[in-house]
Design a protein around this ligand. Structure first.
Ligand SMILES: *Cc1c(COP(=O)(O)O)cnc(C)c1O
Length: 378
């Protein structure tokens, strides 16, 4: 097991309550699975916003580059600047666009903005004219998110007068699916039909449409450049069926204390869990301050080896309690580890128990874990 120098969380193994292991070989395998699914006609980009969905933009970005990714996407300009420090040659796209005043930084760090409305187009054009160079950009057209991108009225204006784009180098026209993770939703086909109209009216540059789940909606959704994010990190992009992605993270908490409860007692804040028969309760140094969500109280499962152990009582800020009555004592002593996320219990499993999605579990992963990166080489 190799440990990457410059561990971004910087928490020493002996001083941390839990270890988060990030398998960069699995991340690369997931990138290759997506590239293979897309086939040779579509470039597999990589979305690494929000610190690569919580896993670390430096190590994740470099591993994806080593696996062949060249087209990267982040949300904020600040994330693009950080990524540039790790990947000097990558093509870095900024989904949230270039707000007024950020233009010089975009040019300095070679960041490519998404132009999300006609005002963005106008500003990027004025800046391009000022410096005398048609700077690259992505034109984002909204087909159903109602969030960012040219709305229908704005798109009609551009389609009627494409000279509105003169002076800007529109390398890519993109749109974003709203319901791709729900294979039964009619919305994806509606968005696809509109995106095809958009391409017919504006056949410039490359077309980019699919996120992770979109990659798995079939060949019609793939176009020239895909923008997978969450699937790279192991979350199932096809929730209706088996996960085609490899698990990337493992989260192991160290047992702090184990107590025998011989008489009826309650556990934790609010006395929400009642012990009725002789039990053993182990306390682990992970809580909601680490992104182990409070909604997991008395809901989540954890594992000691192959033994399932339920979280009992409330998740508190720094601690959780698990019922280890069914596990041999030799396997649960202070200092031994419990898998909170692992082979038996995926990010998606934990998300379901918390009533949320894998995206939120990943991006909530705390800063107090000892982080270990394995693999990720060329
Ligand atoms: C976040 C995002 C993606 C990646 O989505 P996943 O569902 O994580 O694959 C792609 N495109 C845009 C515009 C996004 O905001």
């Amino acid at each position: 097991m190799t440990e990457t120098a410059g561990n971004p969380s910087g928490v020493d193994a002996q001083l941390a309550g839990a270890t988060l292991t990030i398998d960069l070989d699995a991340l690369q395998a997931n990138y290759r699975t997506i590239a293979k699914t897309l086939g040779s006609g579509t470039i597999a980009g990589a979305v690494v916003k929000a610190d690569a969905y919580g896993l670390g933009i430096g190590p994740a970005g470099r591993a994806l580059w080593n696996a062949g990714a060249r087209e990267f996407f982040v949300a904020h300009p600040s994330e693009g600047v950080a990524l540039r420090g790790h990947l000097p040659e990558a093509r870095i796209h900024i989904l949230n666009g270039a707000h007024a005043g950020a233009e010089d930084a975009f040019r300095e760090h070679r960041l490519i903005p998404a132009l999300n409305c006609l005002g963005d187009v106008e500003r990027w054009r004025a800046y391009s004219t000022k410096i005398g160079e048609a700077l690259p950009a992505v034109l984002h057209v909204d087909t159903g998110m109602c969030r960012l991108g040219l709305d229908r009225t704005e798109f009609k204006r551009v389609a009627a007068d494409p000279s509105l784009l003169d002076g800007v180098n529109i390398e890519t026209v993109m749109s974003h699916l709203a319901s791709a993770d729900d294979a039964a939703s009619p919305q994806s086909a509606e968005q696809l039909a509109y995106f095809r109209e958009i391409r017919k009216a504006l056949p410039l540059g490359r077309a980019s449409f699919a996120n992770s789940s979109g990659v798995f909606l079939g060949p019609d959704y793939r176009f020239d450049l895909a923008r997978p994010g969450v699937a790279l990190y192991g979350v199932n992009p096809t929730p209706h069926t088996t996960n085609p992605m490899a698990q990337v993270i493992r989260l192991q908490a160290k047992i702090l204390q184990v107590r025998n409860v011989d008489s009826p007692e309650t556990v934790g804040y609010g006395a929400s869990h009642q012990v009725v028969e002789p039990s053993r309760i182990a306390t682990l140094p992970v809580g909601y301050a680490d992104g182990y969500l409070r909604s997991l109280s008395s809901r989540a499962k954890a594992y000691i080896g192959d033994n399932e152990v339920p979280i009992v009582g409330r998740v508190s800020m720094d601690l959780i309690t698990v019922d280890v009555t069914a596990v041999p004592e030799a396997l649960c002593r202070p200092g031994m580890t419990v898998d909170l996320i692992g082979q038996h219990h995926t990010v998606d499993d934990l998300a379901a128990e918390a009533g949320t999605i894998g995206y939120e579990i990943l991006t909530s992963l705390g800063r107090r874990y000892h982080r270990v990166y394995t693999g990720g080489a060329e």
